[in-house]
Design a protein around this ligand. Structure first.
Ligand code: ADP
Length: 398
């Protein structure tokens, strides 16, 4: 069975064709600059050279058609007909409070995606365009929506409700949703399997540390709490996002700088995080680490603050679950930053966490990085959102 996984952004489209027999990637690729001049498709069949097509892509429908052509190309293709594709799995950002489980797309699902445009203004319209483009290109095939908010939707009320007038939840569905749900679901599941933990009871904390970063706590794979909120702005310090902040700061900056709320929110989303804290060095954690090594004080503080915030969330989530069996690191920073993982774990001695430096000296590979006598298993689990989406799709259509 071959499943096509689609992840649409407003001007981009990532895809992977996955053979579910061995869960191997047959081909993957990226359409860039959809709707903008200079559109380009980069197609990467497994074990073959990249194939680049530079053709105008005025919309997502054209992009999907180009993906279909590349997949069936006589020199660079990997299938002879779209009949070989069993179903299509889509990453969809938001279903508001309506859906949490993945679902086969029908008219009602499309209506919900549309109704949630205001909750995911950048992603939901693009996600819907991707679905409709696939419906046109491959009529009759099942399209499955896998929600980025799905994992967080399982949190209890005490974790998802904000302490603001309840009417705002009733009227506008304002609550904590959490994002990176597919990654948290995948990594917590893999941590349970790889760590040999009890699938019903395991208490797992996943640290998804990339440019966007979030932490989740789950018991037996069911989310108990997660750090992102109504939007991805809440929680950890990220590449460009501030994470948790006193909301009064917004008003204060508005008054002092003569800006409106939208401008300040833009600053909190795009100019803050380690980029802002370091005085503008970079949003890339490698640059921050290099600047820190060269003795830059602000870079050092930004990195320390990032690590400190992760450690505080781990402490809070351990309390929320009354214990923790495993902590898993994933995403760009979590999978590659050996020193960062160690620095976070150094805060956790009180939990009996002990890192094995040799085991921790690894990048991008599934591995237990804690010492044999560590009271909590610490693991590196590379995330694979595409595979998670393909698995969800397969499960639904069978
Ligand atoms: P996103 O998907 O949110 O864009 P990724 O999960 O791809 O983010 O992570 C990107 C981040 O990972 C970048 O900030 C990059 O600097 C960081 N990263 C990659 N390799 C390393 C490394 N060796 N040390 C520290 N950070 C790293």
């Amino acid at each position: 069975m071959k499943i096509l996984v689609i992840n649409c952004g407003s001007s981009s489209l990532k895809y992977q064709l996955i053979d579910m027999a061995g869960e191997s990637v047959i081909a993957k690729g990226l359409c860039e600059r959809i709707g903008i001049e200079g559109s380009k498709l980069t197609h990467e069949p497994a074990d073959q050279d990249k194939y680049v097509v530079e053709n105008p892509m005025p919309d997502h429908t054209t992009a999907i058609q180009m993906v279909m052509d590349a997949l069936q190309d006589k020199d660079h293709g990997v299938i002879t007909s779209t009949d070989e594709i069993t179903a299509i799995g889509h990453r969809v950002l938001h279903a508001g409070t309506v859906y949490s489980d993945s679902i086969i797309v029908n008219e009602d699902v499309k209506r919900v995606i549309k109704e949630c445009f205001d909750l995911g203004p950048l992603h939901n319209p693009a996600n819907l365009m991707g679905i409709e483009a696939c419906e046109k290109a491959m009529p009759g095939k099942a399209n499955v929506a896998v929600w980025d908010t799905g994992f967080g939707m399982k949190m209890p009320e005490k974790a998802y409700l904000y302490a603001i007038p309840y009417e705002y939840y009733e009227k506008y569905s304002i609550r904590r949703y959490g994002f990176h749900g597919t990654s948290h679901m995948f990594v917590s599941g893999e941590a349970i399997k790889f760590g040999g933990l009890d699938p019903e009871k395991a208490k797992v904390i996943v640290c998804h540390l990339g440019n966007g970063a979030s932490v989740s706590a789950s018991i037996g794979g069911k989310c108990v709490d997660t750090s992102m909120g109504l939007t991805p702005l809440e929680g950890l310090i990220m590449g460009t996002r501030s994470g948790d902040i006193d909301p009064a700061v917004v008003q204060f900056i508005c008054n002092k700088e003569g800006k409106d709320v939208n401008e300040v929110l833009n600053i909190l989303n795009k100019k803050s995080g380690v980029l802002g804290m370091s005085g503008g060095i970079s949003s890339d954690f490698r640059d921050i680490e290099n600047a820190k090594k060269e003795g830059n004080h602000l870079a050092a503080v930004a990195m320390d603050a990032f690590i400190y915030r992760v450690a505080k969330y781990i402490g809070a989530y351990t309390a929320a679950m009354n214990g923790v069996d495993a902590i898993a690191f994933t995403a760009g920073v979590g999978e590659n930053d050996v020193a960062g993982r160690k620095a976070i774990c150094e805060y956790l001695g009180y939990l009996g966490v002990k890192i094995d430096d040799e085991a921790n000296n690894v990048r991008g590979k599934e591995r237990v990085i804690s010492a044999a006598d560590s009271k909590v298993k610490v693991m590196l689990i590379p995330t694979n959102e595409e595979l998670a989406i393909a698995r969800e799709t397969k499960a639904l259509i069978q």
